[in-house]
Design a protein around this ligand. Structure first.
Ligand SMILES: [Zn+2]
Length: 178
């Protein structure tokens, strides 16, 4: 499901997925103006199936070039994220990658780690805490606008690359909502 093109209030549907010939499940969703309801079944490894209902709120931020960018709000940490992950196992909800612990550390990939480290180093330069950058910060005083714009652009590029790497690693194990 794509937030950018879809998520029209009133939309009702089902997302299903399969991997390696195993039907893995389906999520029923209902789109409201400011949130999305998800209904699905979850089980811990070896446990019994349980019905789960989750409400995911949206948020939007203005884009640099006009219009708005839509986000999901993670139900646990309330950060704006582009992708929510649903997993078998301990946590039954669709949450952001950080709340599921799907960081570069669990990815165990050298390259991915380098990408996020690089992005975090750039964030420090412009006074942003390491972690997902879900807003465009204020330009620090004394920094050239073009330098600042380049740093922002580079952070967004690195985060995208890092996300893609995490997604690639986890898409077989998770259900992605994006
Ligand atoms: Zn989260």
């Amino acid at each position: 499901m794509k937030r950018q093109n879809g998520l029209i209030p009133g939309t009702i549907g089902t997302m299903s997925w399969s991997s390696h010939r195993n039907e893995r499940g389906a999520v029923h969703f209902e789109v409201h103006k400011k949130w999305l309801t998800l209904k699905y079944q979850h089980r811990e490894r070896g446990g019994a199936w349980e019905d789960v209902e989750q409400v995911v709120y949206f948020d939007q931020t203005p884009c640099n070039y006009g219009g708005h960018r839509k986000w999901f709000l993670c139900s646990k940490c309330e950060k704006r994220v582009e992708i929510l992950y649903g997993m078998d196992g301990a946590n039954k909800y669709f949450l952001c990658r950080e709340c599921h612990g799907l960081t570069y550390a669990s990815c165990n990939a050298h390259q991915t780690k380098r990408i996020f480290t690089k992005a975090n180093r750039l964030k420090l330069k412009i006074g942003v805490e390491p972690g997902i950058m879900d807003f465009i910060p204020e330009k620090p005083k004394g920094m050239h606008r073009s330098t600042f714009d380049n740093i922002i652009h580079e952070i967004q590029r690195l985060e995208y690359l890092g996300d893609q790497a995490v997604v690639k690693k986890w898409e077989k194990a998770c259900n992605l909502l994006r």
